[in-house]
Ligand binder design. Structure first.
Ligand code: SF4
Length: 731
């Protein structure tokens, strides 16, 4: 009945949806045969790409020569970004699971009507907390903002989270507690200005190739130190490789802090003027003696001391971390310890300094600030009356519609489904049936749902295949909006391709849902991506992430992206690169940065007699992106990495286990198993094995531990055993 009440406006709206073939009218402002710049849609580096157009459609891409981020370079994913959009498994029409259990094509009208009626039915029967959404760092800021407002203020959902929980939640928590706001302080130019660069849990050469290039443009002949259990590509090029035991990072960081204090390397003037709680931190790290640290990390005293000396004696020291820190059972404390190393030595706010988390997805930062999931718009707090009233005023919505909590995190949402409390799930642009750390739980989850809606570019993803309703979405290059990269740069995405068939932009789909749900009026102002950008500007006004100085999309285009903060009236020169905290003022109530610390905790699943090896996971190559939903579609990219799943084994382990090079082996954990080719290498140490993260089977092995503060999954350490496949089959 409720649906019927809105049938008029919905029908009107749907009647205006163009049919197949008529979609994809390109913006008139692009000349049919020309070039135009837009940001890449894979990683958080946020490179500028130049699209070469023929008849108004992109036919080729080259790196933008003068974009401040990449300065004429691109990695293979960026060069080949067009190909995955033309894949044959693009979702081109809405699909609904029919009576025979198969997904069958349907109309947009029926799809949206089904979405509304079934979501409402679940909510009516089980309450507002029985429906949830899982979103992504891969859609535009404007789309994620519209989704967050629609779901939480319009549809009454309490729970929604992004897949950025899997990559950056740890850094978010660490920054918020230490700086008072989720504020990565650096700019990429710092990589070119340091004289000591520490990559901690970061294989920059593979995960962020363009930042790796920028590092090598550094003319100071910097000392490059890589802290990583594996001898990665980055570690091979380093002046010092600190090959610590997996997940002993926190103790090492505390031990370094103690050595710095004892050697007089503390910048007392900076600490006294701009920080708080240093003395308590200093007392805490006192127990991390060199002897204890060496015992816990497996490092020599010389290696630890050399690292401390490099940090203590460098003039411009920058520390960069990524998933080796973030995806850990004590990731937040580790990130905070790295921040502490920068603070105590005064290495922040100047060129070439600072602690920096290098983000994963192209719009992870947009998600952190404007998705309205874990924080209220603009990095505000759902639990704050003041913040809710402020947002309600700006958006002209009833403050009572704004939830008073952030809702459940990703892992808790899936647990809620597993426990039967959440019965309908809307998954947008992510693939949890492949990517979630706890594959068995993920499998169970989708079977337990009364209603699973997947909104995606592809109909073949593991999650899409489980959907009751599949909504075909336009992808990168088929829509406009903004992404925010790791260094806080808002970049512009343009529409240079036609979406296939009846696929619609996520933005258009959210608008249709709003209309059909009966809250179209609430979103009347949200009628185009650029209109939403202006709403986001207002939501950012006076906040640390203020972007009111970016007048419009043209400003972004002309400037080559603009970093926040950019308050109204600020200049936006092209190529500007800015860092935070040069004035020593932080976003805390006192204006001082905080030292945060806590107890180290043991590995959640240590190796044992039955599972004697420790599994590490990570990026396999620069040509693979996450679950491969897009990069697997490119024949060119596929030629640049091994086609089969492989496991890296130390030759000593291989000898002991009678495993020959390239032999198929079975890798087993307590949760599942996979078959892989054995690659014998000295990259890791004896007792440790490595499997790339991109394969769906990898996550069958992982141990589902989480950082207790950020709830980020700890993908990188699980106990496993490895046997030759032949012997396993005989067993
Ligand atoms: Fe795109 Fe990242 Fe490659 Fe740059 S480094 S081209 S942003 S995938």
């Amino acid at each position: 009945m409720k649906l019927r009440a809105h049938a008029g406006p919905l029908t009107d709206k749907l009647a205006r949806i163009p049919g197949p073939g008529a979609l994809g009218q390109l913006p008139a402002r692009l000349a049919p045969d020309a070039t135009t710049d837009l940001v890449c849609g894979f990683c958080s580096t946020g490179c500028g790409l130049t699209a070469h157009l023929k008849d108004g459609v992109a036919v080729n891409l080259t790196p933008s020569a003068d974009y401040p981020v990449n300065q004429g370079a691109a990695c293979p994913k960026g060069w080949d970004a067009l190909r995955p959009t033309a894949a044959t498994d693009r979702a081109t029409t809405p699909m609904i699971r029919g009576s025979r259990g198969r997904l069958v094509p349907t109309t947009w009208h029926r799809a949206i009507a089904t979405f509304v009626s079934r979501m409402r039915a679940v909510q009516d029967a089980h309450g507002p907390e029985s429906v949830a959404f899982l979103s992504t760092g891969q859609i535009t800021t404007e789309e994620m903002a519209l989704l967050g407002a629609l779901a939480k203020f319009g549809m009454g959902m309490v729970h929604g989270d992004g897949n950025t929980r899997q990559c950056m939640a740890t850094a978010v928590s660490a920054y918020k507690e230490c700086f008072g706001f989720d504020a990565p302080p650096y700019t990429y130019a710092d990589l070119e200005a340091s004289d000591v660069i520490v990559l901690w849990g970061s294989n920059l050469a593979v995960a962020h190739p363009i930042l790796w290039e920028r590092l090598w443009r550094n003319r100071n002949r910097p000392k490059l130190i890589v802290v990583d259990p594996r001898r990665t590509e980055s570690a091979m090029a380093a002046s010092q490789h600190v090959a610590l035991r997996p997940k002993s990072d926190l103790g090492l960081a505390y031990g370094l802090a103690r050595l710095l204090i004892h050697s007089g390397a503390v910048d007392r003037a900076f600490v006294d003027a701009h920080t708080e709680e240093f003395d308590a931190f200093a007392a805490h790290v006192e127990e991390f003696t060199l002897e204890r640290v060496c015992q816990d990390t497996g490092l020599t005293p010389e290696a630890v001391t050399a690292l401390a000396d490099a940090i203590g004696q460098g003039k411009r020291v920058s520390l960069w971390w990524t998933m080796g820190v973030n995806q850990s059972h004590e990731g937040v404390l580790t990130a905070q310890a790295l921040i502490a190393l920068s603070l105590m030595t005064g290495q922040i706010g100047r060129p070439g300094t600072g602690p920096g988390s290098v983000t994963g997805q192209c719009n992870a930062m947009g998600s952190r600030l404007f998705s309205n999931t874990s924080s209220l718009f603009g990095g505000r707090d759902f639990s704050s009356d003041t913040d809710r009233k402020e947002v309600a005023g700006i958006l002209d919505v009833d403050p009572e519609r704004i939830p008073q909590t952030a809702g459940l995190t990703y892992d808790r949402i899936l647990e809620g489904v597993s426990a039967g409390r959440i019965k309908a799930l809307w998954v947008i642009g992510t693939n949890p049936a492949h990517s979630w750390i706890h594959r068995r739980l993920a499998d169970d989850v989708f079977d337990k749902l009364d209603f699973l809606v997947v909104q995606d570019m592809y109909e073949t993803s593991h999650t899409a295949q489980r959907a009751h309703l599949l909504l075909p979405a336009a992808g990168w290059g088929e829509k406009e909006g903004t992404f925010i990269n790791s260094e806080r740069r808002v970049g512009l995405l343009k529409r240079v391709l036609r979406a296939p068939g009846q696929a619609l932009t996520d933005f258009a789909i959210f608008r249709l849902v709003a209309q059909a749900w009966g809250v179209g009026e609430m979103f009347a102002r949200w009628d185009s991506p650029e209109a939403v950008f202006h709403i986001l500007r207002e939501l950012s006004r006076g906040r640390p992430c203020d972007i009111t100085g970016i007048a419009d999309y043209h400003t972004l285009n002309d400037a080559g992206g603009v970093q926040w903060p950019c308050p109204e009236g600020a200049p936006v020169p092209r190529g500007d690169e800015r860092r935070l905290f040069s004035d020593g003022k932080f976003f805390t109530d006192t204006g001082r940065a905080r030292f945060r610390f806590g107890a180290t905790t043991p590995l959640p699943e240590p190796p044992c007699d039955e599972y004697p090896l420790l599994l590490l996971t990570g990026r396999g190559s620069a040509t693979q992106w996450h679950t491969g939903t897009r990069t697997d579609k490119s024949g060119v990219l596929a030629k640049l990495h091994p086609s089969e799943i492989y496991v890296e084994l130390h030759p000593d382990d291989a000898r002991r286990l009678a495993i020959r090079p390239h032999e198929p082996v079975r890798v087993e954990s307590r949760r599942g198993a996979l078959t892989a080719r054995a690659v014998l290498t000295h990259k890791g140490r004896a007792g440790e094995v490595f499997v790339p993260m991109h394969y769906e089977a990898t996550n069958r092995l992982c141990y589902p531990a989480f950082d207790p503060t950020s709830r980020q999954p700890a993908y990188k350490a699980a106990a496993v055993r490895v046997r030759p496949l032949e012997r396993w089959e005989d067993a």
